[in-house]
Write a protein that binds this ligand. Structure first.
Ligand code: TXA
Ligand code: MG
Length: 325
């Protein structure tokens, strides 16, 4: 693949995730190409995790400013624990939450075939077993671990539909498998389970409360200038419009991101994350609605308060990052 035109070229239109197209996608992956595929959280931009060139092509297609470590996707826990060294904590979390929206950071196994570039030079590896049937079928068809960040340009909102991927990525992706809207809609929870005490690196689809019910209190990873997990960077999820958080009223130029039944009037446009106040529904709507409001012609996105509990923590985490710019 020549690299010169990736970011200006138009992405290939999405194709339905039929068995035949999944087989074609697996073939592309085995030859070092990149494809986008649905997971239960967000769409991933996948490449062969054991091929340095494929991993490098992922960074290029995303326009990543630097080599952040990537999540490596495998079809089952056995595959995960052949790549990374399981701790007690890791085994218990895997047992409870895999397949599903949880990523575990583990020490790389001695024989780990995953490209060092996917670990960005760290001696750890982030692994995840997705539960989306298309992701599962693809991983089994490809027969190798897939490195897959969210399939958006670096620093932008994660894609939860195949159309978002087509709009966000240039020509670096050879196929976009369309499996419909992602049911969880927010990225996986990243837990560092490489050492003695597990730490939460990124809130996500499995709640902190659910994880703590299995392994006890999580250490909070401090936000630092050189974060362990780039998901910790303040401006990681950025729409173009400025965000105003904790909005309880709306101005005429506002694009309002509402939550719950009591919505202030007067905004030029309002979308409701969940009229009934359901955090699961809100997470599933978050990125698609941010995108829609971003393109609505308003001057700012005003965001109503979302409770800081359960999935609300992950939602607020993404909203705070989007606002910090
Ligand atoms: O839901 C998800 O996790 C999606 C889907 C496609 O699986 N993927 C995703 O990947 O969100 P990405 O690259 O956008 O985010 C990966 C996160 C980043 O915050 C990264 O810093 C962290 O995982 N990460 C990866 N490897 C790590 C490592 N070795 N140590 C610490 N953090 C790591
Ligand atoms: Mg991402």
């Amino acid at each position: 693949m020549s690299s010169a035109h990736h970011n200006s070229a138009t992405a290939t239109p999405p194709v339905p995730a039929t068995a035949a197209n999944i087989e074609r996608a697996a073939e592309i992956l085995r030859h070092g190409g990149l494809i986008a595929f649905p997971t239960e959280t967000v769409y991933g931009l996948g490449g062969d995790a054991t091929a340095d060139r494929a991993v490098a092509a992922i960074f290029e297609a995303k326009g990543r400013p630097k080599f952040n470590p990537l999540i490596v996707h495998v079809p089952d826990p056995d595959a995960a624990f052949s790549l990374g060294v399981p701790t007690d904590t890791a085994r218990r979390l895997a047992q409870k939450f895999w397949p599903g929206p949880l990523t575990l950071v583990l020490r790389r196994a001695a024989s780990c075939p995953v490209s060092l570039l996917a670990s960005a030079g760290l001696d750890t590896l982030a692994v995840r077993v997705p539960r989306h049937p298309v992701a599962q079928a693809l991983l089994r068809a490809a027969g190798r671990p897939l490195a897959a960040p969210s399939a958006n340009r670096s620093g932008r909102v994660s894609p939860t539909t195949a159309q978002h991927v087509a709009e966000s990525l240039g020509g670096g992706v050879e196929m976009i498998l369309d499996g419909g809207a992602c049911p969880v809609g927010i990225e996986s929870t990243v837990v560092d389970a490489s050492g003695q005490s597990p730490a939460l690196l990124r809130p996500g689809g499995v709640t902190q409360e659910e994880i703590e019910a299995v392994v006890g209190k999580l250490a909070a990873a401090a936000l630092t200038a050189t974060p362990n997990s780039p998901g910790q960077l303040e401006t990681h999820y950025a729409p173009s419009l400025p965000l105003r958080l904790e909005a309880r009223s709306a101005k005429p130029d506002d694009a309002l991101l509402a939550f719950g039944p009591d919505v202030p009037t007067g905004a030029r446009i309002a979308l409701n994350l969940s009229r009934s106040g359901d955090l699961v529904e809100a997470a599933a709507n978050l990125f698609a609605m941010l995108r829609q409001l971003d393109g609505s012609g308003g001057r700012a996105i005003a965001v109503m308060p979302v409770p800081e509990t359960g999935l609300g923590r992950a939602i607020n985490d993404r909203l705070r990052r989007a606002a910090a710019r």
